[in-house]
Design a protein around this ligand. Sequence first.
Ligand SMILES: [Zn+2]
Ligand SMILES: [Zn+2]
Length: 379
Amino acid sequence: MGLEKEMANVAAGLGLATLLAAPLAAAQEKPRWYKGNTHTHTINTDGDSSPIDVVRFYRDQGYNFLVLSDHDSITPTEGLNAIFGTAAANATDRTALPFRPFMLIPGEEVTDAFTPEPRAGQDPKARDLGRKEIHLTGLNVARVVARQKGNSPADTLQRDVDAIRAASGVPIVNHPNFVWSLTADDLKPLRRAPLLEIWNGHMQTNNLGGGDRPSVESMWDEVLSAGTMMYGVAADDAHFFKTPPLPSAPSAPGRAYVMVRSDSFTAAALVEAMERGDFYSSTGVELSDYAVGPAGVTLKVSAAGLSRYRVLFIGRGGRVLKTVDVTPAPPVGATSLLAPRQAEAVAYEWKGDEGYVRAKIIDSNGLMAWTQPVVVPRP
Ligand SMILES: [Zn+2]
Ligand SMILES: [Zn+2]
């Protein structure tokens, strides 16, 4: 399928179909937001804690779903769901859900690499400087997916994506800047890979780029601008639950997550919602409202404490289309400094030449959220 056509199909599937369906959906129950982390390790591979301790952490912190993504293996979820999953973990009827539902979704981090041909005189045991780490999370995979190996980074990625799909899973391309492994050019040709980690909580994944390498967010804009639709995922990649969560702790939990909008609370429904971009990613900023309409997008920040916010609307090429400063106000007549504040809704109206529009929200304490790119209809 040509890129143009694929983008058009994505547009139809994402914006327009949602819009057309909206009046019908209004008669049904409102979908609900679920908080989840798609990338976690346990003692079964290189984490420091048992699956039970890891799951307890996320459940107690108010998450609704968790993917244990151990390297090249699936940590079984059935027993954990029997202990920690809420009774209605597989219910499609929302009215039957407990107040704070929780479930585990099966997963695996397919841990592949591309190593160039050894150079003359190189110690065969030495790790090649040109080695690329190529890791993908397989969401809701039905069986263990073996790393596929390929003849280039892009080829390796595509083979792993296809293998995850063959195991009924949905792939996420993880931490492209880990060991400076992937570039936007490696991602542009990818097919059937709608999800990209744009923020990884592990302190060695170089989210912000540096030197001669772009940030992962810039790479994301480059990929989108080339016509490949990928939705941005933020995830913990947590390994260490026992060390204190100092800034230097390499991969503590709770740093990055997704908020997924779904009608029903099943693993399939949550993963499908991610695949169609019905979620946003966050390191702590939450939204009380987000809607894509025929004329543009509106969102409302859920104000926390005394934080103030800056909302950037970003289009093709990473161009900042509009910046809105948000100062949440206390309720009228409030006398306490700590009275919960309300943020005004923020809107962006399509102009028609943006290519796509996504929003990034930055809180005055450094926390962030990212909404998904929406293809702008041409006038
Ligand atoms: Zn990894
Ligand atoms: Zn990992």
